[in-house]
Design a protein around this ligand. Structure first.
Ligand SMILES: [Zn+2]
Ligand SMILES: [Zn+2]
Length: 344
């Protein structure tokens, strides 16, 4: 079968590899229809391996049809359309017992630690898969995993009705976070970015206000929109080095800051402000299938979110030049989805 194999920095090859072994207990063999790519994939290609253990088939955002189920099947018949979560957890450790499966002591991610979905076939545990309703097409379903990540990040900051929210960085995962925060009832919902195109997308996804940080003082504007108290929740999704410090100028007393964007180096922030104003400072990692994946599927099925964020649908053969490279160079416009079965 054809697969996108990550070998080394700058070396992702579309090549013919052996098909996965028959599904073991609890596993599904899935014929992948569409797989989306994100900054995690492009970072591995550009300057990895970071988390990946090459050689490995990339792809942690994918949807497809069940070809075969192993013993102890969970009710997905052959032909069923499914989305898969990305992380495999043990179900037995302290974190799994607490429902925090994304922090599992032996967490493994498809497409990084095990062969993923940028391939014609992939094995995934049925326990991390969810059915795709008829009203949701494959391109939309391929976005369920990143939307689940966004829902998890928003929940880490206790986004909800009656709470204002500012999202810094409205491209990539930030666009999904704006959509997730809107779905969870955040208002006002303020998107901060430096690109008008991304701010336009954020408005279409439910942002009530957009702030161009190149033209406006972003912190002052967020203060003005929130009655000069600051936002209840500030979510940093840009990864820009100066951005974590800015979050503390936007968040109100007793509010929550969530750091989503991965910082390449230690970052200076005003911890006096964190202590004296009881700001909650939260990390966030991946998603919890049980909490986030089904909700992501239903949100995609009932809204135009996928159409709004979609940038390009490309064949697998073009993964590097039209997928990983524009993502790494921050030139990608919208979400890139790979038509895994389509011929180039
Ligand atoms: Zn991703
Ligand atoms: Zn575990």
């Amino acid at each position: 079968m054809k697969a996108a194999v990550f070998h080394a920095p700058g070396d992702v090859r579309i090549e013919t590899v052996a098909e996965p072994s028959p599904p073991g207990p609890g596993d599904l063999l899935i014929k992948v229809t569409k797989a989306a790519v994100c900054g995690t994939d492009s970072a591995e290609w550009d300057h990895g391996p970071l988390l990946a253990r090459p050689p490995v088939v990339l792809g942690h955002e994918f949807t497809g049809e069940v070809v075969a189920a192993g013993p102890e099947n969970s009710g997905f018949p052959a032909g069923a359309r499914v989305v898969s979560g990305a992380g495999i957890s043990c179900g037995r450790c302290e974190w799994c017992a607490a429902g925090r499966t994304n922090l599992c002591a032996s967490y493994q991610t498809l497409g990084l630690h095990r062969d993923g979905g940028l391939a014609e076939l992939v094995l995934s545990p049925a326990s991390i898969c969810r059915a795709v309703p008829d009203g949701l097409d494959d391109v939309g379903a391929a976005m369920a995993q990143p939307l689940a990540v966004a829902l998890h990040a928003a929940r880490r900051g206790r986004v909800g009705p009656g709470r204002s929210c500012a999202v810094i960085g409205a491209g990539g995962i930030g666009a999904f976070i704006v959509a997730a925060a809107a779905a969870l009832g955040a208002t006002p919902l303020i998107a901060v970015d430096i690109a008008e195109g991304r701010l336009g997308t954020a408005a279409a996804l439910g942002a009530t206000h957009t702030v161009n940080a190149e033209r406006q003082d972003a912190a002052r504007t967020v203060q003005a929109i929130t009655g000069h108290e600051g936002a209840h929740v500030v979510i940093e999704a840009s990864g820009a080095p100066a951005s974590p410090a800015v979050t503390l100028t936007m968040v109100r007393r007793g509010g929550d800051v969530v750091i989503v964007g991965l910082q390449p180096r230690p970052s200076q922030i005003d911890l006096f402000s964190v202590s004296s104003r009881e700001v909650g400072l939260h990390g966030t990692l991946a998603h919890v299938c049980a909490d986030d994946l089904g909700e992501a599927v239903s949100l995609l099925a009932r809204t135009s979110l996928a159409r709004t964020v979609l940038g390009d649908v490309i064949p697998l053969a073009d993964l590097v030049e039209r997928g990983l490279r524009p993502l790494a160079e921050r030139k990608a416009n919208g979400k890139i989805v790979v038509d895994v079965q389509g011929s180039a």
